[in-house]
Design a protein. Structure first.
Length: 145
């Protein structure tokens, strides 16, 4: 669902030139990342990343690897940013699919930008999105005293 938008010219090109069609890889057509983040906004973040899937084959048979990087806030920031990039990539495609399934466009859907400042309402004290922002701010400030 998240890898393409069917009516997109770029996807049509990717479909013709993917690793499966070129017989470069018969299992996975696209690069896929594997990482785990623990306390990414703290002063002591942990990033686990590499090629291993944590499957029987990846840990015992294949030439796979996994790194544990602790305390490097720059690395954690980069991976945290990548997490949100991927999340937004898939979320947008999910919204696009839902809109195409319902056959009409609901401009009140949060995927659409608002033409005025009404979008700020969701960030006021006590609202869900404000609470999410506060969680991230508090994570970053927790180790700073």
């Amino acid at each position: 669902m998240g890898s393409y938008i069917a009516n997109n010219e770029l996807y049509k090109w990717v479909r013709e030139t993917n690793t499966n069609a070129l017989q470069l890889n018969t299992h996975v057509m696209y690069i896929h990342t594997k990482f785990l983040l623990k306390d990414p906004l703290s002063n002591d973040p942990i990033v686990v990343t590499g090629s291993a899937n944590f499957s029987q084959a990846s840990t015992n048979e294949n030439d796979e690897n996994m790194l544990i990087i602790r305390g490097n806030t720059r690395v954690a920031d980069i991976y945290f940013t990548e997490f949100f990039r991927l999340f937004n990539h898939y979320y947008f495609r999910w919204i696009a699919r839902k809109l195409s399934e319902q056959g009409s466009v609901d401009f009140d859907n949060p995927a659409f930008l608002k033409p005025n400042d009404s979008w700020t309402e969701q960030y006021k004290a006590g609202k869900y999105k404000r609470k999410r922002v506060d969680i991230f701010v508090n994570m970053a400030n927790a180790d700073n005293g």
